[in-house]
Every structure is written in C-alpha cells, then in structure tokens.
Design a protein. Structure first.
Length: 291
C-alpha cells in the first residue's frame, strides 16, 4: 500500500500535534516511526488510519482514507494494548471481531500466535496481564494481514523474551506476506535491525525520512589514542565520548570524506558505525540537533 500525506495538520484546540507534514511511503517495507514523547506519533497514525478528519490530505493507494469504509478496512492500527469492545470480552471474541472487520484476516495464524504468546482463548481481556494485553494487540495487528499495519508502541508491555519472540515473528511474517508496516517505538536499538526506513518526527514536524542504512552512514565511531582522536575530530560534530586510560572513542555526526578516511588510517584510528538511537537523539535534540 502506498501512503501519501500532503500538508497534514492535526490540532487539539490550541495545541498543534501535527504541523503541515508531507511525506510518501512507497509500501512493502517495515518503517520505524521515531519521536520523543509528545512528538505527534500517535496523532499521525490516527490520521493515517482515518480516525480523524485531516487538514491536508491522507491517501492510501490514491484514495482518501477518512470516511472511506473500504480504505479503512485495509488498515489496522494497534495501540498500546488490544482494542477490545469491553474488558469482559473473551479473547476468542476479540479474534472474532478481527475476522468480521477485515477481509485479510488469517484466523489460523491468529490462533498460532495466541499459543506462542500463551494467551488463553477463554480468558477475559480484563483478566490478562499487561504483557498479555500487549501481546493480544500484536496478534490482532499481525493476523489482520492488513496492507497498512501500524503498531503504536504495542510491544512495550511485554517482557524481554516476549518482545524478541514478537520481533522474530514480525520479520518472518513480513517476509512471507509483504505489506506496509509502521512501528512507533522508544526501544530503537531492539528494533533497529528490522527497520528498512525511518520517519523521525519532532514537535509535530517531519525531521527526516530516510533508509535506515543511509541514516546510519551519517555517523561514525572513531576509536584510538585519545590525543589522536581529539586531533581528528576537531571541528566535527561530536555526539558523545568515552575514555578508558589512553584510549578514547568519539561518536561524530556527518559522512567522512575520502581525505578524512585516509587521515584516520594514517593516525591508526579505528572507524565503525554508531547506533541508530544515538543518531535519533542528536536529530531531535532541541539544543544541538541538526534539522
């Protein structure tokens, strides 16, 4: 599914959650939607799902999603936990709602996932633990097989082993059934290996949209003798430094030119990638970040 957003603005009274945002998602990728708390991630996903009338346009495969039942049926947005009609609903009933709403629903896969995450079908939603409710949301998102599937921090209630099981399941199912998947998360490094492209928002504005590998190439960790590292990085944008004895590692932002690479080798410095999370922190830094 191709997603096209043009001039999108979302306001809540006097508060502007999304401010004149435009971008395109080409489809059949796993996108990471990254932003600090209050950056506008949930408001953006709600607009993409057709939950709110946009100022500007939101189109899915060339048609508006708002007040378009056919388009909305091709979208699944899962928030922090499963969207169920009532906490008194049994898990089996929640799955029935999913099947009734979405033509792409795979019930066999839904049942397989409930077993994987140890969610009892007869259990009422209100009786599930926080982690199980989060897992149920993931079940709905993945089993929907929706052309546009959005997971809004839906994995945060899970413990670490369950989150990693979710990541593996997500990747395997995406490879078998490619579609447009967008995940908002604060656990950037845990998910970074899954993300093909990232969309970073801050204060309701688009900071950048870029392939994850290209974004990683913008930063370099420089390691070596402390004085040599200081000499090499003089005048560069240094995101952070670590020292151990005479050895120092500095994270610098910005692609290195060929002459800088030659100079680094001459100084005996080691160059390596830096974490996507460190780049995200820099790009959304209200004081020193580059826009």
């Amino acid at each position: 599914m191709r997603v096209e957003v043009q001039g999108l603005t979302v306001r809540y009274g006097d508060v502007t959650a999304i401010d004149d945002m435009s971008f395109t998602l080409s489809g059949n990728k796993i996108y990471g939607l990254l932003g600090r708390n209050g950056a506008g991630k949930t408001s953006l996903m709600s607009a993409l799902a057709g939950y709110r009338k946009p100022s500007g346009t939101v189109q899915l495969d060339g048609v508006p999603v708002f007040e378009n039942a056919a388009a909305m049926r091709r979208v699944c947005l899962v928030r922090h936990s499963a969207d169920a009609a009532d906490k008194g609903d049994k898990v089996s009933h929640v799955l029935e709602y999913g099947a009734a709403w979405r033509d792409t629903w795979d019930n066999d896969y839904a049942l397989e996932l409930t077993e994987l995450f140890k969610i009892g079908l007869r259990t009422k939603v209100g009786e599930l633990s926080l982690g199980q409710r989060s897992a149920l949301g993931v079940v709905i998102g993945l089993a929907s097989r929706s052309p546009l599937t959005m997971l809004d921090e839906s994995h945060l209630g899970m413990d670490t082993p369950t989150r990693y099981a979710f990541y593996d399941t997500l990747l395997h199912d995406f490879m078998a059934h490619p579609r447009t998947i967008m995940i908002s998360t604060h656990l950037i490094e845990e998910l970074s290996s899954l993300l093909e492209e990232v969309v970073i928002v801050d204060a309701g504005r688009l900071v950048l949209q870029e392939e994850a590998d290209v974004l990683r190439s913008r930063g370099t960790e420089v390691t070596g003798n402390a004085s040599d590292v200081d000499e090499f990085t003089a005048g560069m944008t240094v995101l952070g430094e670590k020292s151990l004895g005479r050895t120092k590692a500095a994270m610098v932002y910005g692609a290195l030119e060929d002459d800088q690479l030659i100079r680094a080798r001459g100084l005996g410095l080691e160059l390596g990638p830096i974490a996507l999370q460190d780049l995200f922190v820099h790009l959304t830094d209200p004081v020193g970040g580059k826009r």
